[in-house]
Design a protein around this ligand. Sequence first.
Ligand code: MGP
Length: 319
Amino acid sequence: MGKRHSTFTGLSRFVLDAFKQGESQDSTERNDSASFSTAREPSDDAPPKKKRKVGLLGPGHEKYDATGLVPYYTEPSEVPESLKKYFYQRERYFSRYSEGCLLDEEGWYSVTPELIANQIAERCRCTTILDAFCGVGGNAIAFAQTCERVIALDTSPTRLALARHNAVIYGVEDRIEFILCDYLSFARSYLTLPHHPGRRKIDAVFLSPPWGGPEYLAGSASDSPPKADQHPEFSLADIQPIHGAELFNLTRKITNNVAYFLPRNTKLDEISELLAAEESTTEMVEVEEEWMGSKLKALTCYFGGLAAGQEELFEESTS
Ligand code: MGP
């Protein structure tokens, strides 16, 4: 399948058990609500009527509304001290924050600012993209606007619910399959049946793993302290849940088309060594600096057919 298709397919076929439960609860509530105008006298055996709560997403969106899972901050005074600097940037993360976007603590410090997410999504235009660590959905929402299908994974049911809630605000929830699972298990099982006819082709993978918390700028624990005039460097060894090079190697078995979102202080020689370890001698990695105004926020490293100048590698990728 090639790049730059514009049609979109239907609803997710992967639905979390947890969400299924939520749905059946919701349909019960819907029945209650529908019968409200013809309410009868409560009898002894009838359960008390539930009042249907309308959350931040408003009427009609109760099924995916994650209101209450985390606080929705509107005033700095409500925000814990450690999250204040992120709260001040809320509209950079989600331009529609005021419509009710929700983030948990990890989401606040690791979500990709929307303009950067949009820029990466433009570069990754394809049929099916896998967002391996979707968090609260910033990138998945952007990918849903440039790719036909997005498969979004996360190990946290809360974050996955927040991601879907946020996707509803952007009107793209039906183009994203939210799957509660650990990417390493997903990748390994996906690769166990390489020629299975039912296996879906994944055209590109976006890796935005945990960098070890907001302290990533302090550099690698294994390094000696930097000199006063030097910026401490980040090592791929500090990526979670496994060494960043191993994460990359596993991903390249799914597709060569990988976009790897890394700290701005990542050791560049470690990035170039990712390809040196492979047999291919000609492939290049493109490192894009992600700036917001005068501030460098992160690096996106494009591999395979995602790198400028080697688009022909895109179609060669198999999965
Ligand atoms: P930052 O440097 O922590 O924030 O992260 P900021 O606001 O630039 O802080 P300042 O004090 O330098 O001004 C910069 C960007 O990196 C964030 O907006 C996120 O997009 C991304 N980011 C930060 N962390 C800690 C992570 C992480 O653990 N994983 C991923 N994938 N992205 C992160």
